[in-house]
Write a protein that binds this ligand. Structure first.
Ligand code: AGP
Length: 622
């Protein structure tokens, strides 16, 4: 999730670009850059690090010119560095581009462009765009842009600037936000409203497939074929602070709602269509698919012959690891141990050259997790990091890295990082199962087909939050809440309890449902809220009997069930349904009502949702 800005008018482009990037820095902050046309040449300055580093490089110099583009980066391809910072240009500096998104087919495009003699400077996917423009440009800027868009696959919001057409900027939008702000004798472009809200509240919110040709006194919107679109102006009513949260009251709620997109972005590029079978069976060619991990440079034989896996993490990432254990053991039939990072390194773990240690960390800066990885490497294990931050300490320390593409997670309570960690763990487990042939092709196709439906199913779950708001208001002042479940439901219950604990300060605990009678049942008295997860069909009857145990003690039971379950409601007080899917994938759905329950409980109690007391977003101390 990067931040993009553009300006065309009669004032200083650089002043707007720097100011706009400052307001978008929450969207990404590992490097920044601007490009301004001064009437003869395009001036470009960019720097790794936060925007302050770019300002430092400019040393108070304000580039001349009244047309320009700018970018603050959240790296997805290519580590944070000066050369990987945007903007990027073609071979001659005639075209300059900034981009937010992922160009999935950039490797093939880059190879072809190199063969045609193009010289690349960066490791980014974005850099193929200005070189493609150089290839297609025959004098008509907009027509060349349309040709470029036909070649690239993936997600993008793009802004193009040309030395030969310095009276216009061209924007294109697909799966990533882009807006045009309409001024008086000037126009503005941005990824998000905060960058322009102090300049204008009249905007065009671009839709997927739309192109905007922005001049200082006009904005023309077309489709990808150049057909004009008569677009309505959207007048922004938010204040600046609300705009940074995309109109949501808190970053946490924004990030909960970003999960469908974060999951789509994380899956992108890992699911490949199997080439048609020998007899060209249309069915396989159409819906066949398999998991690929081009980023994993290990020899597949190594992954096939591992005899032990450790998953090591803290907090929410640890809870994702518990689900990952279930996936790898169930699908790839490999022995997995999950450990808290703060414990792992002090218990003299049994490690050898056939051990794989996986470290999960949203920030990639958690001190305990980094230290555990160093210990694991000292003992000779291969190390894989799963992290959300390219270039983070953990990413740099690991032998191999898989990235969640969740975008910056600002709220202390982790939500979209958790679900994207589950997605990566699931795909890794299925990939290993493919290598070890422990799952049939049919089952692989079935699971991948269900996996692709998860983003839409999360959107469906997010579409009706009123029952959860009601529960939060009714039970939000209890001092003790219990979460119970079996199998994967237990793992998700642990995450649900942590969410409630850390932002509403309610004492919440999760228990394996079968464990209640071994002590915890003594705490279940009349009126105590119990959140019961009952989605795991393989242990459903056992879970129901545990629910009956707590109901017999007059607890108030809120159940989380799969749609179509007509049994659970007979035994409990309220049921929240999530769309039905394979019991391996349903944790991605059941966690969402638990995130929302924690969020609305914290609101009910007047807590600081995004910055809860005593906690930090990244625990960089032991
Ligand atoms: C989760 O909501 C908490 N903020 C916390 O448990 C967090 O998951 C933990 O500190 C690990 O952080 P990391 O993923 O950045 O390593």
């Amino acid at each position: 999730m990067c931040g993009i800005v553009g300006y065309i008018g009669d004032k200083s482009a650089a002043n707007f670009l720097i100011d706009g990037l400052t307001k978008l820095e929450y969207r990404g902050y590992d490097s920044a850059g601007i490009a301004v046309f001064d009437g003869n040449e395009i001036f470009i300055e960019k720097s790794v690090g936060r925007l302050a580093s770019l300002k430092e490089k400019l040393k108070g110099y304000t580039p001349k010119g009244s047309i320009g583009i700018g970018h603050t980066r959240w790296a997805t391809h290519g580590r944070p560095s000066d050369i990987n910072a945007h903007p990027h240009t073609d071979c001659h500096g005639d075209f300059v581009v900034v981009h937010n998104g992922i160009i999935e087919n950039y490797m093939a495009l880059k190879e072809d462009l190199i063969e045609r003699g193009h010289k690349f400077l960066s490791e980014t996917d974005t850099e193929v765009v200005p070189h493609l423009l150089e290839e297609f440009y025959k004098g008509d800027f907009a027509s060349a842009v349309r040709e470029v868009l036909k070649k690239i696959e993936g997600s993008y919001s793009l802004v193009f600037m040309s030395k030969n057409h310095h009276d216009e900027l061209i924007c294109a939008k697909q799966d990533n936000p882009l807006i045009v702000g309409i001024g008086e004798g000037e126009n503005f472009i941005a990824s998000d409203i905060p960058a322009i809200i102090n300049k204008t509240r009249s905007t065009y919110i671009l839709n997927d497939g739309e192109i905007a040709i922005v001049k200082k006194n006009s904005v023309e919107i077309t489709d990808k074929n150049g057909n004009k679109i008569d677009k309505k102006i959207f007048n922004v009513s938010w204040n600046a602070e609300a705009a940074e949260k995309g109109g949501y009251e808190h970053f946490m709620l924004k990030e909960i709602n970003e999960q469908p997109k974060a999951i789509r972005d994380t899956m992108r590029g890992f699911i490949k269509q199997i080439r048609p079978s020998k007899n060209n069976d249309e069915r396989i060619a159409k819906d066949g698919s398999s998991i690929i991990f081009p980023e994993l440079k290990w020899n597949p034989d190594f992954l096939k012959n591992i005899d032990k896996v450790y998953i090591v993490a803290c907090g929410t990432a640890y809870h994702a690891g518990l689900v990952g254990k279930f996936y790898i053991e169930k699908l790839a039939r490999m022995l997995v141990e999950v450990d808290l990072a703060s414990e792992f390194r002090y218990r003299d773990p049994i490690i050898d050259e056939k051990t794989l240690t996986i470290f999960i960390s949203q920030s990639g800066e958690t001190s305990d997790t980094i230290a555990a990885m160093k210990e694991s490497k000292r003992l000779g294990a291969k190390t894989l990091a799963i992290t959300n931050v390219i270039g983070s300490s953990l990413a740099r320390e690991a032998d191999q890295v898989l990235y969640t593409i969740a975008g910056p997670e600002i709220a202390v309570a982790s939500t979209k990082a958790y679900t994207t960690q589950l997605i990566l763990m699931f795909m890794l487990a299925l990939y290993m199962a493919q290598l070890r042939k422990t799952v049939s092709e049919d089952r692989t196709r079935e699971l991948i087909s269900l996996l692709k439906k998860i983003p839409a199913q999360i959107s469906e779950t997010l579409s009706d939050v009123d029952p959860i708001k009601t529960f939060a208001r009714s039970y939000g002042f209890n001092e003790h809440v219990f979460y119970i479940g079996r199998s994967l439901d237990y793992d998700v219950a642990l995450e649900g309890a942590l969410k409630l604990k850390e932002i509403s300060y309610i004492h919440a605990e999760a228990y394996a449902a079968g464990e209640l009678k071994h002590g915890t049942l003594a705490l279940i008295v009349e009126g105590v809220p119990v959140i019961a997860l009952a989605t795991q069909k393989s242990v459903y009857d056992k879970t129901i009997s545990n629910i009956k145990e707590v109901k017999a003690r007059d607890a108030v039971v809120i159940g989380i069930a799969a749609a179509g379950d007509t049994e659970l409601e007979k035994y409990i007080d309220h049921v929240i349904y999530v769309p039905d899917t394979d019991e391996l994938l349903i944790p991605l759905l059941t966690v969402v009502p638990l995130q929302l329950l924690a969020y609305y409980s914290a609101i009910t109690r007047g807590c600081d949702v995004d910055k809860p007391r005593n906690l930090a977003k990244s625990v960089t101390v032991e």
